[in-house]
Write a protein that binds this ligand. Structure first.
Ligand code: ADP
Ligand code: ZN
Length: 364
């Protein structure tokens, strides 16, 4: 399958292009690399697995191989990359290629957005999370010691190249992260996509290439539709935060260890559905369908399954939810569902209501 979606953002528009085979990406990528200085940014783990493919796809490029892991997502790395680029005489016409998951995408996008006041970059996402979510939308950034993704820019890539062949080597836990975001996309605005997920559980768990192509395509369509209307995160883009208010609180409670983003998001989605149902906004049978898809896709939907002996208390999670950077003033902005495929815009919710629902949710 070769397929394409355009993300329409005026002069910042770009295409997301699908190919079935890694080596088929070569021709598409060459349209961007031809005649310009290019650097590929990846990490040791991905390079270990895809050395042959990287050397084949990017013959004349400078290779920048970073250590694997979230720890690399720091300003210092941006400085090091920029200095390497300058040493190699990279200029305004040069191109960066992000070859990896969300971490590599965020770092590369940020470096591209500030080097020489901004140079072009393209994304080759190698994780499902990056394919369905982070490679589209233009958020870049690094962590500060006090906060995740607290330094960054909005900066769109010139193209995104998706190839589900990369998923063959991606560990199950990482696949789950992407699946949680795909379920989120279906829930906010595409009930047909939701039914597709319900019908294809087996194929998804087996990473069937045609099904994963469709899954990533539908997710990108949702993301593109939202970002096209609200590029820089006013109210509408906030709907992409469905399930994330609780997810961020859980991740933060665990200090971003032991539980990864998608795992926290799947619990957050289950809570958002429960809360919407308890507020009388979502029908009970729809709530159960949401729990069923999370269960069938083997995603965690329950706080009691969280790792470790000591679990976060409802009070602690509520306090952390109040600190979410998406909130305005002291109110907790929460995204609810009216139906499967129908979001409600984020709105302030009384913390007492959230607390009571959380208490109940703990016992499910
Ligand atoms: P995400 O895209 O979910 O934000 P990361 O960028 O942190 O996640 O990637 C998750 C982990 O998976 C990292 O250790 C990364 O090096 C590794 N990784 C990325 N792509 C692949 C792949 N195709 N196969 C195996 N491991 C991969
Ligand atoms: Zn997310």
């Amino acid at each position: 399958m070769k397929d394409q979606i355009k993300v329409n953002l005026g002069e910042n528009s770009y295409s997301v292009i699908w190919q079935d085979l890694i080596l088929s990406l070569k021709k598409d990528i060459e349209k961007f690399t031809e005649g310009r200085k290019t650097a590929v940014i990846t990490n040791t783990k991905i390079y270990g697995i895809y050395k042959k493919e990287i050397n084949n796809l990017f013959k004349n490029s400078l290779l920048i191989i970073l250590p694997d892991g979230e720890k690399t997502k720091r300003i210092k790395t941006i400085e090091e990359i920029s200095e390497k680029l300058l040493k190699e005489n990279f200029n305004r016409d040069s191109l960066l290629i992000a070859f990896g998951g969300g971490v590599i995408g965020d770092i590369t996008g940020f470096a591209a957005s500030i080097y020489a006041r901004g140079i072009s970059f393209v994304q080759v996402p190698t994780t499902l999370l990056a394919m369905v979510d982070s490679s589209v939308g233009g958020k870049t950034g690094v962590n500060l010691s006090q906060g995740k993704n607290m330094a960054g820019t909005f900066y769109q890539p010139k193209a995104v190249f998706i190839c589900c062949e990369f998923l063959k080597t991606l560990p199950k836990r990482e696949i789950n992260c992407g699946l949680a975001e795909a379920v989120k996309s279906a829930l906010i605005m595409n009930k047909v996509f939701f039914s597709f997920l319900e019908k294809n559980v087996e194929n998804i768990l087996n990473k069937n290439i045609n099904i994963m192509n469709l899954l990533s395509k539908e997710s990108v369509l949702v993301k593109a539709a939202v970002v096209e209307k609200d590029e820089k995160e006013n109210l509408l883009r906030g709907i992409l935060n469905l399930g994330h208010t609780l997810a961020h609180a859980i991740e933060s409670w665990y200090n971003y260890k032991y539980i990864n983003h998608g795992e926290a998001v799947s619990i957050g989605l289950s809570f958002a559905a429960f809360f919407s149902y308890r507020q009388g906004i979502l029908e009970e049978k729809k709530y159960h369908r949401i729990i069923d898809i999370l269960t069938n896709l083997k995603l965690n939907k329950n706080i009691s399954n969280l790792p470790g002996q000591k679990k976060p208390k409802a009070e602690e999670l509520l306090e952390l939810m109040k600190k979410d950077k998406k909130n305005k003033k002291e109110e907790i902005y929460f995204v609810m569902l009216k139906d499967i495929g129908q979001y409600l815009l984020p709105k302030p919710v009384e913390s007492k209501k959230l607390f009571l629902a959380l208490k109940e949710f703990y016992k499910l």
